[in-house]
Design a protein around this ligand. Sequence first.
Ligand code: NAP
Ligand code: HSE
Length: 440
Amino acid sequence: MRPFHVALIGLGTVGTGVAKLLVEHADRNARRAGRSIVLKHVIVRDAQRRRGVALVNGLLHSDVAHAIEDPEVDAIVEVMGGTDLARRHLLAALNAGKDVVTANKALLCVHGDEIFAAAKRNGRTVCFEAAVAGGVPVIAGVGQSLSGNQITGIEAILNGTSNYILTQMSATGSAFDDVVKEAQALGYAEADPTMDIDGTDAAQKLAILVRIAFGTKVQPADFVRQGIDTLEASDLAYAAELGYAVKLLARAKLTGGKLELHVQPTLVRRDRPLAQVDGARNMIAVDGDAVGTVWWSGPGAGQMATASAVVADVIDLAVGRAQRTFPQLDLWGDGAPVPLLPIENIRRRSYFRFNVEDRPHVVADIADVLGRHEISLASIIQHEAPDLGEADDPPQEMHPIVPLVVMTHRATEGQVRAAEAEFARLSALRGPWVRMPVAD
Ligand code: NAP
Ligand code: HSE
């Protein structure tokens, strides 16, 4: 059988891992694919720069069109990132009769419809295992292995960078900005790490999973998205004191024919598997009506973990299996839209951390606002503030500002937002407060 030829666009964190696996494990790949897999082109912006993988002369260049038009090339692997140029390259590749592999969730989220339509029109295949949860094979898992089920819920940690930051801040007390830099150096973060820490990356991945699991199209703008950038180390410590870990949790739940969707830092009870996922690992818990709950967990970001998923897609194409299953499974189907549960109707418990003046009636004022919105208090933490000595009635500027943590019982988002509108008018509250949902 003739060798399977690949052109790789991008030789950064992921591309370098893919090139290493293809070049350094050519024999293993050939055994798995039943034919050799040959790396024919590697495209970068700067072909003069030294790279972390040894490539034969002439392989590395910057001429994308030359690679796409090469009649010998069977598949284009896009690991360059971004949405505009990547879109153009993938459409050009599909129109030129190549199959494509991509790790680019931002691209699929924004231009997935156009890319999948182009693949269908040209009778080609799009593989994207690495686009969600890095090395964890969740696209194959949800899209194929659970196809005998109606999926009813997904609860997941989908961003390795955020999970790494939360883990390091909890374990070592390191400062947020320092840990972001570590995550970048380790190759977990996006080119712009804002996407990781503000929840965008996890929301894009949730939108892709929802498309596959529920056959419905959603965009991150359609649901609540909150990142970890509003949290402080003290929130992680209070959560631990209450028996929880804080995780950037993505959730999709089908209830009464409506889909509840959100990505938010969430308090997860310490004894739950999701709470025990540390570092850049991801976890995806999927509920199927036949199977029950299935968990997948593993490295969700990083060079070799992500390359593992990309190369599995390349081998699948070289075998010819992906080309058989892709058109039949219709992974990117456009089924009847599942209506979203209105945000105001989402019902859960809440954690609040306020900064308050340490003076009489403050807790009563907060409890009064919550009570008038039918929100019941579950617990309160206020650690002792510095002693003011003999001053019985100190002037306002002398009242220390202290954190006050409040856990509530279940209430709807609508009730909680109405209470928050009143908190904004309480003079004893200083600065913005932090609110997180609780996943029991
Ligand atoms: P990266 O380290 O920034 O690498 C990007 C690569 O693309 C570089 O080699 C760069 O060339 C090349 N490139 C960028 N623009 C180009 C252009 N206009 N023409 C030619 N080459 C261009 O990015 P990465 O972390 O590997 O991520 C790549 C993709 O994988 C992204 O879509 C990301 O979301 C996704 N992903 C990443 C991870 C992860 O853990 N990092 C995990 C899963 C998915 P130069 O080297 O010359 O600059
Ligand atoms: N930046 C992403 C993350 C890479 O941290 O999860 C994997 O998609």
